[in-house]
Design a protein around this ligand. Structure first.
Ligand code: KG4
Ligand code: ZN
Length: 339
């Protein structure tokens, strides 16, 4: 019999709900929070309040778009962590109450595992091909940068991770230094399209294993601009496009170097990309180009399944539902990754 699972995502600043039926997404509604724009980053207290306002309308919209009634749901999946505790609490509390009220299983989902399993989402438009196990997944978002070896839906091992900032954070901080709006990643992506990526050179981190580091890059970018601004007050304004293209190229090169190393060390050639930064146009084209060179099969989810969304929570919830992996009502959220 068909199983309908509702997914709820509230780990950061997007409130999202999705309905899935047998791996096919019927709806994926996302409410972005505009309140953080003026602050240049996510303000946890405001995020939590906005989730409280958004959650019921977003879930109602997801059910109505899916064309089903809540009584048809077979399970409620929610993001338990990692993320902002105040934000996670809103989704967790709602999921608990809803599952108890409907008398259906409650299913906790790890946000990072969900970013990876987003590759198994089917919808009516995509080519619907997915990586084969084992594959490598590079997850790059505002909070995480890690390479995971995926042997099964639930057997995953992190083989490399950032020791300081995430790649998305590097984009956002570089943008902030240039006075660009938050989130900076998409703005840099756009400006970079008309810039020269070879105009400015920035240092690469020197880490021998599969780990990443981005804090040194941020500091050198900051100092470089501080020195240039002393000579020319208009330096950023006059060089925004070249600066964007150059910093973007550096971040993406750092990401890809370790990905190539991971593939060579493991002998795995099914390569998947996940998380908000995989929306970056230069990253996407570079991974495909390197993939041709290295003999990879490259998998990048559709745009709406790369940034934070509930469809990935729903698909992960469905896999858990099929295995009977349910969660007790006593559950509370966690802020740090448990993978
Ligand atoms: O996965 P996500 O939506 O949320 C987290 O779990 O963090 O990722 C958000 C991050 C932000 O840092 C944002 O600047 C970055 O993804 N991002 C991009 C692009 N679109 C989103 N970075 C570079 N280029 C983009 N086009
Ligand atoms: Zn995320």
């Amino acid at each position: 019999m068909a199983a309908y699972i509702l997914g709820i995502e509230s780990s950061c600043d997007d409130t999202s709900a999705a309905v899935i039926k047998d791996q096919v997404i019927l709806s994926n509604v996302i409410a972005n929070q505009k309140v953080h724009k003026d602050y240049g980053g996510v303000v946890p207290e405001l995020a939590s309040r906005a989730h409280q306002q958004n959650i019921i309308p977003v879930i109602e919209a997801a059910l109505s778009e899916a064309g089903i009634d809540k009584t048809q749901l077979n399970g409620i999946a929610f993001t338990r962590g990692p993320g902002l505790l105040g934000s996670l609490l809103v989704g967790t509390s709602f999921a608990k109450t809803f599952s108890m009220g409907l008398g259906v299983p409650l299913i906790e989902v790890d946000h990072l595992q969900a970013h990876i399993l987003a590759h198994f989402i089917k919808d009516n438009t995509a080519a619907n091909h997915h990586p084969e196990f084992p594959f490598l997944c590079l997850t790059v978002s505002g909070g995480h940068t890690q390479i995971t070896r995926v042997d099964d839906h639930f057997e995953m091992k992190i083989i490399g991770r950032t020791i300081d900032d995430a790649a998305g954070e590097a984009f956002d901080k570089a943008a902030k230094i240039m006075g660009l709006p938050y989130p900076g990643g998409p703005v840099i992506d756009k400006l970079a399209k008309e810039g020269d990526p070879h105009r400015f050179q920035f240092p690469y981190p020197n880490i021998s294993n599969l780990d990443y580091s981005f804090s040194g890059l941020k500091t050198s970018f900051l100092y470089f601009l501080r020195d240039e601004l002393k000579k020319d007050e208009q330096f950023i304004e006059n060089n925004k496009k070249d600066l964007s293209a150059s910093i973007q190229k550096t971040i993406i090169d750092i990401l890809n170097k370790k990905l190539i190393k991971a593939s060579q060390e493991t002998g795995i050639n099914d390569i998947a990309i996940a998380g908000g930064v995989s929306a970056n146009s230069h990253f996407r084209s570079e991974v495909y180009r390197i993939g041709e060179e290295q003999g990879w099969r490259v998998f990048i989810p559709k745009f709406e399944y790369t940034t934070d969304n509930a469809a990935m929570i729903a698909v992960t919830g469905l896999f858990k539902y099929k295995q009977g992996q349910f969660t007790d009502q006593k559950v509370s959220p966690y802020s740090r990754s448990r993978l």
